[in-house]
Design a protein around this ligand. Sequence first.
Ligand code: G4P
Length: 534
Amino acid sequence: MTAVGSGAWAASEAARRRTFAVISHPDAGKSTLTEALALHARAITEAGAVHGKSGRRGVSSDWMEMEKARGISVTSAVLQFAHRECVLNLLDTPGHADFSEDTYRVLAAVDCAVMLIDAAKGLEEQTRKLFDVCRHRNIPVITFINKWDRPGREALELLDEIEREFRLRPTPVTWPVGDAGHLRGLVDVRSPERMLRYTRTPGGAHEATEDELSAAQAALEEGAEWAQAAEELELLAADGAVHDQEAFLAGRTTPVFFGAAISNIGVRLLLDALVDLAPAPGPRVLEGGGTRALEAPFSGLVFKVQANMDPAHRDRIAFLRVCSGIFERGATVTRAASGKPFATKYAHSVFGQDRSMVDVAYPGDVVGLVNATALRVGDTLFTDTAAVFPPMPTFAPERFAVARPADISRSKQFRRGIAQLDEEGVVQVLVSDVRGDQAPVLAAVGPMQFDVVAARMAGEFSAPLRLEPLPYQLARATDAAGAEALNRSRLVKGEALTRVRDKAQLALFPNRWQVSSFEREFPQARLDLLLAAH
Ligand code: G4P
């Protein structure tokens, strides 16, 4: 294939790709929806069964003993499936409450997010945090309001909440006939003259059957419920809550869908929306300005590095999102950070422990590079013409603990292990002259990051550690003068440390009041919010 031919081929394959993640609070139904989406569409990776909680249909992607014991999943993986003319890449994000920076980083590799909301609970803490990251990265968001088969809040009230809290205009594309708990069917707002009616088979069977009714039939058979839905739709139209593709892509509006993932209600309409509304991969912004066109030679971004996914082999997988051109397994590419060649012989598609070789991949696809010890989160790989993508943002940690070697004779291994986990981005490592390098402070977004560190330090580096939680909860970026002021203040509880990864000065405080006291005492000191800080 000529370079010109392969560029056009890459662009036409990219146009068929939709790369997205589901963002939600635990228990909103992400596993259920993922399963329903993949079953509804055609899973391309035969081996890539959807992981659910243990005991559920689907294969668990657990990779560490710790995960098995808890029945949760720490790994992020990718599920690829086809719907209509498109190939959908669903990037999994850890769903557990103790989520970590990984969850955020996955959002650097998607073009769109599906925000899943529990109809009874509305917006919840993790939905808010993840939405903040989407907004910061300009990722368009499609909303799916789930569990409409159960009693919940009113549809209009949920829309109000989204608009008020996120300053994001909800534009319903489907609308429920029947309140939460009395779901009769859905109206596709684009063809309001018909109703899709769902009937759940008695006796506990999950999948609902769908039939189509004309408006006249719906008025006759569904009476008050249909009348209410029709009235609400009129209200919404009068209020201008109508899907506008440009406003959606600009992050000003969110198309809203209703359903019940557990009964497969509304899932096909969501899949159609991903094909029809979600953006395909586009040119990617480069560090220092300009963009990398889809037609350009191959380039990709490492958004996640995962060690020890296969307990039988101590390996390390770097997850790469293809950004331009065609990825061909076996080709030698260049690692931008070092300028050194990197061989792509062991390229896989990965879902938990299931792997299959990948020979080619197109923009939007994700490839797992096995044994990629040289690669780091944020690395760019390319062929021919150089490309460097902007660095991956680091996130505001909320939990802090001092790490010390449990066995002082293993100090060297301890230091090596901590340095490696820092490079991989498993936790953030903070240091200060006062504490010394035998007592670094580990900083995490979620406490499970500490468990992963403890397990890996003991298992992989034979350097078990002791962790001593610190009473801080807030981190702010400061400068050298601010750090000095904080460390010498006798009135404010707090501490300034240096983040090893980027040498940033972080000021840590136990609560907001201490932040305010510090601001009062040193009004000139710089204190900036970090991304995802609260
Ligand atoms: P998560 O990955 O976001 O944490 O959520 P998950 O899919 O595990 O769903 C959380 C609970 O909500 C599960 O019930 C699941 O069956 C239920 N659920 C998901 N979607 C729907 C829906 O559309 N309607 C209703 N009524 N329930 C839904 P569970 O009892 O906690 O687990 P399980 O025993 O069913 O596995």
